[in-house]
Design a protein. Structure first.
Length: 267
């Protein structure tokens, strides 16, 4: 059992939890809880940790999974040090990062027995980890084939993002790009229609055809899309609102648009 807070392995996990630089240098991120560990691809899990308290009440199935990964027992104090949450669940693991190619992000995985037409979500300077995690989760639910992020967006492997994805981090292809407007133009050349969620849109979002290759652009929570990025899109789309609401939460906007595309494609 690891009891010391100064144990070298403990200090490394703490750095992965707290520092984006440490995660990138070692190509790893941290997940918490048995549910996340169950969903993690076996070959991605590098190391696992569990408290005695968790083991005392764990099911035989949970114990078998922890044994499979050679989980190291730690004290509750050590677990609290390593974890990002105030009340750790008693299970934590270090997992290898994903490295998706542009082709994997643009074309997505083979779903339902055949290749889906691209349905992409392009995010510019999304700052809130909870928003970003929610977007990845709702994207999976809507059948989005890939997510593209600007370099100025939050770190996908931030622990708060990971928790908000509820496991979608393991299944949603994504990539960061240096120049969003240039990437949008590249998509247009590939025949992918791009739609910018914008308050200056003249037509409501449900008046467009998203059954063809489609990409939605969502901007920063406070400032929306930059003018350069918005102007690179094929169309502006408007999400109409009642009352005195001036703008929609970024994650909500992304869900509305992608699920509308999903609805149309089901027909």
């Amino acid at each position: 059992m690891i009891k010391s807070l100064n144990n070298e392995r403990v200090r490394k996990v703490v750095s992965y939890t707290q520092k984006s630089k440490a995660r990138k240098e070692n190509n790893v991120f941290v997940i918490e809880g048995m549910k996340m560990l169950r969903e993690a691809p076996v070959l991605q899990v590098r190391e696992a940790y569990v408290t005695e308290q968790f083991l005392d009440s764990a099911s035989e199935d949970d114990k078998e999974i922890l044994w499979r990964y050679g989980a190291e027992t730690v004290t509750a104090e050590v677990m609290k040090k390593m974890a990002d949450t105030r009340t750790p669940q008693g299970v934590l693991a270090v997992v290898s990062m994903y490295q998706y190619t542009e082709e994997e992000v643009l074309e997505g995985y083979i779903r339902d027995g055949g290749n889906e037409k691209p349905l992409l979500l392009i995010l510019e300077n999304i700052q809130d980890p909870g928003n970003l995690g929610t977007m990845l989760r709702s994207s999976e639910g809507a059948g989005v084939t890939g997510v593209i992020l600007s370099k100025g967006s939050a770190d996908v492997y931030n622990p708060k993002v990971i928790r908000s994805t509820m496991g979608s981090i393991f299944r949603m292809p994504f990539m960061y790009v240096d120049n969003i407007p240039a990437f949008v133009e590249k998509l247009s050349e590939k025949g992918i229609k791009t739609y910018a969620a914008h308050l200056k849109g003249k037509k409501n979002y449900d008046k467009f055809d998203y059954t063809k290759p489609t990409a939605f652009l969502i901007g920063n929570e406070g400032n929306g899309l930059s003018k350069e990025t918005a102007d690179a899109a094929s169309e502006y789309v408007l999400i109409p609102m009642k009352g005195q609401v001036e703008s929609m939460n970024a994650a909500t906007s992304a869900a509305i648009l992608t699920f509308e595309a999903s609805r149309q494609r089901r027909k």
